[in-house]
Design a protein around this ligand. Structure first.
Ligand SMILES: [Zn+2]
Length: 307
């Protein structure tokens, strides 16, 4: 069964100023690596549609969606926090990034593909219900998960977030929704400087100290994520795929390698095969060393194809 690769040209136009680590070249670096490793031709390619207001409004108040739309500048940059800005192309990119997740869910649920990877930006996991922050505007993965539950009637979805930063936005959105199992690993202390408690059967948070690497990461996943996933028996698995826990990443101090991203993807695939016909929707979050990002993401996609 094939794997979809969903992206959109607008995702390469959103920019937040020269030297910003969340840069347009991230999308092309991943696409080039997929080409170079001869994976590109094995993927089913789709352009992301725009998410509709109705789809966004499942996780963001309409007033917030309106506020972000009104903030979109005619020229220059409009800052929503010191690190997060909109250029004239940002709104389009943000709508496509969220819409990629909606399409991914529809493709996977229809059986047209088994899995999907959304090579999109801006990322989403820091976006709270009514707050843009940390390079994020709309919570792409949350929009996808809400679509799976409301449009397709799923009652149990798991979100796995191995970005080096806590996905505070996803947790804010689903904190009171026990249809969602949210498993996160992240460096702490580190942005966004939150370390909320786990909630049995609902939220599994695994903070890791600066300097932690493969051993600590794999132990946390094996001892905490996997038993929770087995007990939960998800009907679909979402992945907030940030690659900034890589040892080469300039924004954090964990020590993961490309092989760790292959390993965690294998674990997710194994759970998906046991419980949900292999269904995985994965979406790019962080990852700021272009070379480490590209090789790690390509390994992730290769594993989604082959595992
Ligand atoms: Zn991150």
């Amino acid at each position: 069964m094939p794997v979809a690769l969903i992206s959109h040209p607008a995702c390469r136009l959103h920019q937040m100023g020269a030297g910003h680590p969340e840069q347009p070249a991230r999308i092309g670096a991943i696409a080039d690596q997929l080409h170079g490793r001869r994976l590109y031709d094995f993927l089913v390619h789709h352009d992301a549609p725009r998410a509709t207001v109705e789809q966004l409004a499942r996780v963001h108040p309409r007033e917030y969606i309106e506020r972000i739309s009104m903030k979109s500048p005619e020229e220059g940059l409009a800052f929503v926090d010191p690190d997060t800005a909109m250029c004239p192309d940002t709104l389009e990119a943000a709508l496509r990034a969220a819409g990629a997740n909606v399409l991914a869910v529809d493709l996977v649920m229809s059986g047209d593909v088994r899995r999907a990877f959304c090579n999109v930006r801006p990322p989403g996991h820091h976006a709270e219900r009514d707050k843009a922050m940390g390079f994020c505007f709309f919570n792409n993965v949350a929009v996808g998960a809400a679509h799976a539950m409301q449009a397709h009637g799923l009652e149990r979805v798991a979100i796995l977030d191995f970005d080096v930063h806590l996905g505070n936005g996803t947790e804010d959105i689903f904190r009171n929704d026990h249809r969602v199992l949210l498993c996160s690993s992240y460096e702490y202390p580190l942005y966004p400087d939150m370390n909320p408690p786990s909630v049995p059967g609902h939220i599994v948070n695994c903070p890791l100290p600066a300097g932690a690497g493969s051993d600590e990461f794999r132990r946390a996943i094996t001892e905490q994520w996997l038993p929770a996933l087995e007990a939960f028996a998800p009907q679909m698995i979402f992945i907030s795929a940030g690659f900034d826990a890589h040892a080469a990443d300039p924004l954090a101090d964990l020590r993961l390698t490309r092989a760790d991203y292959g390993w965690i993807t294998e674990q997710a695939c194994a759970v998906s095969e046991r419980h949900c016909k292999g269904r995985i929707v994965s979406t790019l979050e962080g990852g700021y060393d272009l070379s480490a990002l590209a090789t790690s993401a390509a390994t992730h996609v290769e594993t989604l194809l082959n595992a």
